[in-house]
Write a protein that binds this ligand. Structure first.
Ligand code: ADP
Ligand code: ADP
Length: 232
């Protein structure tokens, strides 16, 4: 589903060179929840930006769904990006739009019909348990509810994979559990592949099938969570 081969990323030049990723190879299988665990500065955000091609690796190969992401032209890249959903630590919702308006946004960009958008938004709000909040504004929601809106919006264009950038890091432990439970349900119900980056071992233990541990830009461990990490 996702394959990185020998990916390195160096920021800056000459004496200012910062190697953020060093020869990273990893493989995410279809339908799994894959965690990338690492401390701050380990290179997790760089890895996610190399996957959605907001950043070009200095060397190496990035394949999503068998497609060589580095060889795509601008139009193909736009299409490939539509297959990648993203959720964020700080939710990144539009404060001036309602919950329904936020979820509708990617469908409006894709030029879907009003009728289709209304149906799809209702279906997504039901999936994330926010049908009664369709007309609320983000400021009226709790952190957990905001992230549910973020998840619904990410799923709207039916992505092949969901990338999560520290999606529960701003949430308290109980809300974290509930949002992770929702992600697990979505993974199982829709068979959606999820790659998440986190600095929290608890997140990896609670929902990930596989994990890669990143330290100073290198993958130092990779495998099934059951083999690598003893559960309590
Ligand atoms: P993480 O997400 O794990 O905290 P990052 O990918 O943000 O790690 O950063 C990895 C390393 O790359 C750090 O040393 C960071 O300072 C550096 N870095 C990240 N982005 C840039 C950038 N745009 N320019 C220069 N250095 C950067
Ligand atoms: P905003 O004020 O945030 O721009 P809109 O009223 O323009 O919100 O609605 C944005 C989109 O969400 C529209 O396509 C609309 O059909 C859809 N929508 C609004 N309310 C609902 C709802 N209760 N259920 C499903 N879709 C809705």
């Amino acid at each position: 589903m996702i394959e990185l081969r020998g990916v390195s990323k160096v920021y800056g030049q000459g004496r200012q060179e910062v190697p953020a990723l060093r020869n990273v190879s990893l493989r995410v299988e279809y339908g799994e929840v894959f965690g990338v665990l690492g401390q701050s500065g380990a290179g997790k955000s760089t890895l996610i930006r190399c996957l959605n091609l907001l950043e070009r690796p200095t060397t190496g190969e990035v394949r999503v769904d068998g497609r060589d992401m580095l060889s795509l032209g601008p139009d193909e890249l736009r299409v490939a990006r539509q297959g990648i959903g993203m959720i964020f630590q700080h939710f990144n919702l539009f404060s001036s739009r309602t919950v329904a308006g936020n979820v509708a946004f990617p469908l409006e960009v894709a030029g879907c019909s009003r009728v289709h958008i209304r149906e799809r938004v209702a279906e997504l709000l039901e999936l994330v348990g926010l049908s009664d909040k369709a007309n609320a504004y983000p400021a009226q929601l709790s952190g957990g509810q905001k992230q549910r809106v973020g998840i619904a919006r990410a799923l709207a264009p039916r992505p092949r994979v969901l990338l999560s950038d520290e999606a529960t890091s701003a949430l308290d432990p109980e809300t974290t559990r509930s949002v992770l439970g929702l992600l697990r349900d979505i993974n199982r119900q829709l068979g959606l592949t999820i790659l998440l980056i986190t600095h929290q071992m608890e997140v990896v233990k609670s929902i990930c099938d596989s994990v890669a541990v990143l330290e100073r830009g290198r993958v130092v461990e990779q495998g099934k969570v059951v083999d690598l990490i003893a559960r309590p």
